[in-house]
Write a protein that binds this ligand. Structure first.
Ligand SMILES: Cc1cc2nc3c(=O)[nH]c(=O)nc-3n(C[C@H](O)[C@H](O)[C@H](O)COP(=O)(O)O)c2cc1C
Length: 218
């Protein structure tokens, strides 16, 4: 199922970018892609432990493109996202974060890992502020983030949305300065969340949801 899903995603992204080339492949059985999409949503789970295997660049490109395909209020696209795989940069930023009040308590629990669980890739998601941003810039980043989570899962990767590390970075002048300088965020970018990503080294169960919180009214 995972291989099929991955194939569908890569084929989908490639066909979005090159419409006029017909691949020379034999006709295949029709695939119920809606079932695959729904299964992907229902089986996504936060993964916080990763192997050291890097994520393929082609997968990162698909993840980034899918993130940027999210809807945004008035199509303002008032976000900035950086997917960082450079472990030296991530370790430097982590060092600043672990010096904050929140970070000091966290250092012990990390067991020698950096503030990003030594994830092979970390997405930094920021909302643009100022004149060109809408009042819904945070909502827009949330939708972008969900696209990243679901795409990572579809590609067989694990990922977790995390707000606390963004708060740690925003609380530290040196972490904030480093983030902007090293990752090229503009001055009007406000970091909202990060997403840690990698090949899963754990297999958490999907958590139940309270179905009474949603209703269909006819
Ligand atoms: C707004 C928001 C903030 C979150 N912040 C963190 C965080 O700082 N650290 C973390 O490990 N997980 C964080 N999570 C992940 C949630 O803990 C997780 O999504 C939730 O427990 C449901 O589990 P599931 O994603 O496996 O379904 C956050 C999720 C959301 C939506």
């Amino acid at each position: 199922m995972k291989v099929l899903k991955k194939l569908l995603i890569v084929v989908g992204v490639v066909s979005l970018t090159s419409c006029n080339q017909q691949p020379n492949v034999a006709p295949q059985e029709p695939v119920d892609s809606s079932a695959i999409v729904i299964e992907n949503i229902m089986t996504r789970v936060s993964v916080r432990q990763f192997t050291s295997e890097p994520i393929a660049k082609t997968d990162l490109q698909v993840i980034l493109k899918a993130g940027l395909q999210a809807p945004s209020a008035m199509n303002a696209q008032d976000w900035q996202v950086r997917i960082v795989t450079n472990q030296e940069m991530l370790n430097t930023l982590s060092g600043f974060m672990l010096k904050t009040e929140m970070g000091k308590g966290m250092a012990e629990r990390l067991g020698g890992k950096n503030a990003f669980a030594n994830a092979p890739a970390v997405a930094f998601v920021a909302a643009e502020t100022g004149d060109k941003a809408t009042a819904y810039n945070r909502e827009d980043t949330a939708l972008l983030s969900e696209n990243i989570l679901l795409t990572a899962h579809a590609l067989g990767l694990g990922a977790t949305y995390q707000a606390a590390p963004a708060r740690m970075i925003n609380d530290s002048a040196e972490a904030k300065d480093y983030l902007k300088a090293a990752f090229g965020f503009p001055d009007n970018a406000e970091l909202i969340n990060i997403i840690i990503m990698g090949h899963p080294a754990e297999n958490p169960a999907v958590k139940d949801r309270d179905q009474s919180k949603g209703r269909i009214i006819e």
